[in-house]
Design a protein around this ligand. Structure first.
Ligand SMILES: [Ca+2]
Ligand SMILES: [Ca+2]
Length: 92
């Protein structure tokens, strides 16, 4: 199974290589435009990041658990930005 670091690296690549800014990535994956990413939208991001379909479900759950600071079950822009910063640090 892919390590956490490999997964985060792939997410980072999608965000940095396919979008000009993290804002653009967030807006793109926020398909219903409600200003937060739900599990389904995060799974789409993971698909784009070429994370194996077998682990997308569990990885999206872990990401929400790890980065959903206000505990509403969604990743809002502030939480997404913090996650991106953390990922950038951890993959250096
Ligand atoms: Ca959304
Ligand atoms: Ca949240």
């Amino acid at each position: 199974m892919a390590s956490k670091k490999t997964i985060l690296k792939k997410i980072q690549i999608v965000i940095t290589n396919h979008f000009d800014t993290p804002e653009a990535a967030f807006d793109f994956f926020d398909k219903n435009g409600n200003g937060k990413l739900n599990k389904k939208e995060i799974v789409k991001l993971l698909k784009q990041a070429e994370i194996s379909g077998f682990i997308r479900g569990i990885v999206s759950t872990k990401l929400i658990e790890g980065y959903d600071k206000d505990g509403d079950g969604y990743i809002n822009w502030k939480e997404f930005k913090a996650a991106v910063n953390e990922i950038n640090k951890s993959t250096k």
